[in-house]
Design a protein around this ligand. Sequence first.
Ligand code: ADP
Ligand code: MG
Length: 795
Amino acid sequence: MVKQTIQIFARVKPPARKQQSGIYSIDDDENLTPSLEIIIPRDLADGFVNNKRESYKFIFQRIFDQDAKQEIIFENIAKPVAESVLAGYNGTIFAYGQTGSGKTFTITGGAERYSDRGIIPRTLSYIFEQLQKDSSKIYTTHISYLEIYNECGYDLLDPRHEASRLEDLPKVTLLEDTDQNIHLKNLSLHQATNEEEALNLLFLGDTNRMIAETPMNQASTRSHCIFTIHLSSKEPGSATVRHAKLHLVDLAGSERVAKSGVGGQLLTEAKYINLSLHYLEQVIIALSEKNRSHIPYRNSMMTSVLRDSLGGNCMTTMIATLSLEKRNIDESISTCRFAQRVALIKNEAVLNEEIDPRSMIICLQKEIQELRDELALVTGEQRTEALTEAELLQLEKLITSFLEDQDPQSRLEVGADMRKIHHCFHHLKKLLNDKKIFRNSTVSSEIKEPDCQEPVKEEEYKKLRDLLKQRDNEINILVNMLKKEKKKTQDALHFSSVDRGEIRLIQSSPFPLGNPEGQRTSLFSASTQSQDCSMLGSRSSLLHKKSGMREEMSLGRQEAFEIFKRDHADSVTIDDNKQILKQRFSEAKALGESINEARSKIGHLKEEITRRHIQQVALGVSENVAFPSTPDQEDRLRSQLEEEKRRYKIMFTRLKALKVEIEHLQLLMDKAKVKLQKEFEAWWAEEATHLQVDSPAANSLDHAKPSPQSPESQQDQSQLLSNQSVVSARKVSPSPCPSPRSPEQSSTGTWLEGSIPERTTSSVPLTGDSQTDSDILAFLKARQNILQKKCLGSN
Ligand code: ADP
Ligand code: MG
């Protein structure tokens, strides 16, 4: 905001004919404020003795004497105002003085010489020169030319002006908005893109004024003319516009009615002239006095139009034109007095900035068009508002093939068209909602998530979680089993160290000696082996269910099977496989977790990249700046993304291989178990046959009371034990089939430590006959009791 009193200048017109000197004097000492002293000639004083003042002194900003050229006037008075206008402030220069004092000459200029051109053409020239120099802003210049005659406004630039009388033209009227801003209705604004066009308008208006002037209508001297330059400026791309107006005002003559001395029309004109100047004076008095709340701008059209110029948002300058002739002394003094009051008025000029909605719309429309063009350039396609039916179909096909693609690296490529991207999301959402995605997915598909761009189904997650849980359970069982195994081994070792001699006794056991410790553990197997039923996990139980064998087994057979299994050579392989399986499960579990981590990382990185893109685009739109790019950060994000994808792929491949390995191991174990079962059956049959053949009278033995036997009486014990099952064995197999014995067994009656007995393919059917099974159970129990007692006895 610039606070400034109205600047007042005085210009003295050169006299038409040689004048006597001594009427006025100008004191323009640089150190003092310039002053104009008007001296009243003695002959004008009433009488010889009077009290009238002989001189009047007025202070001005600057006083231009008769020889002041138009150039000087412009440089000192108009140029500073023009500069303010170029900076965005409103400006007004008005000339006030009696008719013939040189107002028109000062404002518009003389009609004869180029050098006589006045403030308006010089200002126009200066302004356009400055506009051309300044390329940082976009300027728009409009011209209006208003004439106020008899309190009516006329547009001097109205195209109909030439064909009409002044009075027949549409009146320019005042409109006041809610903010008390004055608007002029019917006043045309004409754009001038250069000095020439603006000058043409000035001359057009002056010509119109001249044409309308008739002898009966001396408008040129009796009307006020306001030539206004409307200047708008804005920076390229900005919607903020600065508006500035420069009023160059040529007021009507300030002479008094009394002096005009005419009647009729002229008197009316004089009355109006004076009336409007009278109102101007009242406004100025009101403004110059402090604490005046009401300023009577509305009393006349001229004060209303110049409202901002007087005590408002404007940098205003007044030029008091003086025709200091003897006969014009009173008028000159009156003009100077008026100027002194005007000089008291303080104005507050502000920058007139506003957001132009039209500019804003144009800016945004331009922006949209540019972006569309850019998109069309990138995609090679012309953008329309919506996707065509064919495009939509094509997209849906792409999505389907993307979802069906097993390749983890497959991508859904739809280009950079946001409409297509949005449609893809919508379509995927729809599919998800309809539960159409992965409808037929199998267990193997639970880790079939090759492209992490696609959101994983909840169903898929659930399957993965369940699988992990299942594997965890299996691992726990395996761990328990291992613990038990360890304990058993330790216990067995303990017994082994207690009485090594007892081993010999056990060597007569009909159980196969898979490993040297196998027979020792048999003492404790009955209590612990039942838990091992589940040690092979779900697959084993499934197998048992399938075969139905386990359910059919009597307790004795079950026990025998457990012992057989434990001592079987294949049990080592099975145990090893279990260990490997356990490792693989842990590895798969860890890999599954890492894969999930990698997937979420990839998701986050993609989100981050997209977010950055959107931010950059938004920034570009809002600030109308070039697309800000941060290639380093984006490259970093992209390389991270690629690295994560690579990791994901490696892990995924490993998990796939692991899964195959796990499946394979499980199959191997199943196979080993079937083999074990078969061999047990064969052995069982053989043993049953053997017992039947070797001990026909064994059934008479009271097996409930087994007598302690020395290891030496192995043959007897064997006989004894064999006798236990003779009856039932006979029942089972009426035609005994003795199995061939190994040479060692045949000669010594004992299996050598570490040797594996040969088995016959017995034809004795073991059909799960409960009686037979009970007999064998009794046999086993008796055998265990003997061993136990032996062990305890040695302690
Ligand atoms: P006004 O508009 O105040 O009635 P004009 O500007 O029409 O007066 O001036 C009246 C006459 O005086 C014109 O012929 C004009 O050329 C002449 N005149 C006015 N001021 C000057 C000046 N400073 N130098 C030379 N001639 C002037
Ligand atoms: Mg004039």
